[in-house]
Design a protein around this ligand. Structure first.
Ligand code: XIL
Length: 319
């Protein structure tokens, strides 16, 4: 059958993947499959702060530039990921805050500079930016990150304003996990987005990562959740979909996984404001899951040899 991106184009949605830049450099099959199947790409790691500014004032843009060039060469859009996060921060930054050598005022300036520099560098080449990532806890309280501790909750509005000033055309997103359905965490995002938009803060999208696990079941009220963000005038997107399982995989688990991929895709296609569906890697060969969730894996639509699993077929049929 035709590649996913051909079907996605007809369905009026972008089909994306996270890209591992080491694999892209070394693995020809990975390169060809990424180009053939997807029309949107997200840097799995290389646009994160620790990658782009490993030492203070010393930037390494090469891998991120390579991805942007790859995307342009293959007619793909790029999702920028991510500007403000509590994780994968450079050591110079976390150490400086911890030992008091970087105070709150300086930190705010550093954050502004980071956002402005990175967003300007790729101005006009990033369709959607994940401006802030994972800012809420499961209970809907703001995450106790260095950003909240040092700058207070206004860092979120500031981040969107700075990103917008640097690239007014990029769609600016909030992004998190465990926010597929209606729950305390997604409701916190809803209230945040509503408040920010009422104040004229440029936040245009809600990104739902979509890291599911079959042993936890499928989240409830996904369509209702997408609809309430759309009612605010926002776009939505599935940004990091994968569906892990306790290993070993078997046919029944693979079927459940396929069903979960299909149901998330259906929710996106059924929502006017959801025009982007991105998987967090498409082959188990390079998936982040086994390294982070002990005993779990097989989370993507293709196996380690690029063989198509039922989940691949489910996505293809769903498009
Ligand atoms: C993960 C990458 O996949 C890993 O390679 C890295 O070691 C850690 O980060 N939520 C996010 C992503 O927003 O940036 C994370 O990516 C997965 C969870």
């Amino acid at each position: 059958g035709p590649p996913l991106r051909v079907l996605a184009d007809r369905a009026g949605v972008r089909i994306g993947t996270a890209v591992d830049m080491t694999a892209l450099a070394e693995d020809r099959t990975y390169r060809r499959t990424t180009a053939r199947e997807f029309d949107s790409v997200t840097a799995e790691n290389v646009m994160k702060w620790e990658s782009v500014e490993p030492q203070r004032g010393v930037y390494d843009w090469k891998p991120a530039d390579d991805l942007v060039h790859f995307a342009r060469a293959h007619g793909q859009v790029v999702r920028g990921h991510t500007l403000v996060w509590h994780s994968q921060l450079p050591a110079w930054l976390t150490t400086g805050v911890a030992d008091g050598s970087i105070d709150a005022k300086e930190l705010r300036g550093i954050l502004r500079e980071h956002i402005t520099t990175e967003v300007k560098r790729y101005k006009g080449r990033i369709q959607q930016w994940d401006v802030v990532n994972e800012v809420f806890e499961e209970d809907g309280s703001l995450r106790n990150s260095i950003w909240l501790q040092q700058l207070g909750p206004s860092y979120i509005a500031d981040a969107f304003r700075w990103a917008h000033a640097a690239d007014p055309k990029a769609k600016l997103f909030l992004n998190d996990y465990n926010v597929e359905g209606v729950n305390a965490k997604s409701t916190a995002y809803y209230n945040l987005a509503k408040g920010l938009r009422a104040q004229g803060v440029p936040v245009q999208g809600f990104g739902i990562q979509g890291h599911l696990a079959i042993q936890y079941g499928f989240p409830g009220q996904v369509a209702e959740n997408l609809a309430r963000f759309e009612a605010l005038g926002m776009q939505t997107a599935f940004t990091e979909v994968d569906v892990r399982m306790i290993l070993p995989a078997d046919a029944e688990k693979a079927a459940t996984q396929a069903d979960y991929f299909r149901r998330l895709l259906d929710a996106c296609l059924g929502a006017r404001g959801c025009r982007s569906f991105t998987v967090w890697g498409y082959t188990d060969r390079y998936s982040w899951v086994p390294g982070v969730f002990a005993g779990q894996g097989a989370a993507t639509p293709m196996d380690e040899e690029y063989g198509r699993k039922p989940a691949y077929g489910a996505v293809r049929e769903g498009l």
